[in-house]
Design a protein around this ligand. Sequence first.
Ligand SMILES: *Cc1c(COP(=O)(O)O)cnc(C)c1O
Length: 453
Amino acid sequence: MSEKKILLTEKEIPQNWYNIMADMPNKPLPPLNPATREPIGPEALAPIFPMGLIQQEVSAEKWIEIPEEVRELYKIWRPTPLFRAYGLEKALDTPAKIYYKYEGVSPAGSHKPNTAIPQAYYNKQEGIKKITTETGAGQWGSALAMACNMFDMECEVFMVKLSFNHKPYRKIMMNTWGGTVHASPSELTQAGRSILKKNPDSPGSLGIAISEAVERAVQEETTKYSLGSVLNHVLMHQTVVGLEALLQMEKAGDLPDVVIAPFGGGSNFAGLSFPFLRLNFEEGKKIRAIASEPASCPKLTRGVFRYDFGDTVGMTPLLPMYTLGHNFVPAPIHAGGLRYHGAGVIVSQLLKDKLIEARSHHQIECFEAGIKFAQTEGIIPAPEANHGIATAIQEAEKCREEGVSKTILFNLCGHGNFDMSAYDAYFSGNLEEHELTSSEIESSLAELDTPTI
Ligand SMILES: *Cc1c(COP(=O)(O)O)cnc(C)c1O
């Protein structure tokens, strides 16, 4: 079989999302009310999310039907292609077979529209007029702006200031789809003002931007908030990626030994890996899943498993997760989408139960991996995606050293066409390495007074 590109037809777009909750041996612990610290039920989320999504958030159903209207819009870019990385394999001189699923073909250039479309759909169903959100690198904000536009709703985006300044074109994309964008921390919210008071030069973080977007959403009845990662329903929407990839791997006559994806809050990792983990649960397969995170924001490899807030100010429910502490402000690396202090609760529980693995990479190693990829496969990856490529290269090199052939599949979750300033920094030798010391992590964790597990 020497196919380069394995394609599916529109009919093969999945009919259902896969909900891994149904198969997990240990279900995640419940979220806690931030004030009383008692477990909260789904109704507590009603001020910020529509019921359609809350039901998915707590569902134990294994398969959840994708609404027809959502499948229709998915057709704009789905099914996405799966490629065999012959060029990269050759350059690495590895006996490993390397495949990648390419999500950069979406209009927004990443996997994010896979959940933006259904989230906008369920909000629209319930009469919502405006959605607020945060964005790091701008991928999520642009995906949601596009989705809101398709359903004729307003979209207000709080964009981490560092990225707002680094990535002006992402902002213009959001404007083009009718979205309004503010640099975060902003003067528009209590949360933003309190951060700016303490640190007028704050580069912002996803945690801060979430606080701002949530604050805006609770103020108005027809405004809701939307999150681009971390939550169960977001991870579930992304399983269209892995469900398609599984079909494509079958068409290629292969099955991965290891699946790899970069890790910010867990959505593209979950999207690719959960449908393969299902085979472990159901058929006793032993497919490894590796989450690739930045060494400067290493919640999975150096964080702790305990209750923490999803945002910086402490407005969200307390979630049981791997975290570096909600006050942790990661170094200003270019992979803005990975600069988040915590991890989704499902992924956290799976890691705790040793059903998945995690690995961290330094920024320069990631750019080297991404450039090797661009020069052998053509596509210039998003800085976030470079983390998964770095892990895939390590695995392929291990195969060469050990003389074994394995099948590796990774998620190329977005292209880097709007990240030229990051590549420029690399080429001009201005990329910083950011060593994160144990005492920095310890002092962030020491500030936590949230329940331990
Ligand atoms: C948002 C984003 C990420 C990080 O978020 P996850 O939820 O972990 O996927 C990674 N890569 C790209 C391209 C992104 O847009």
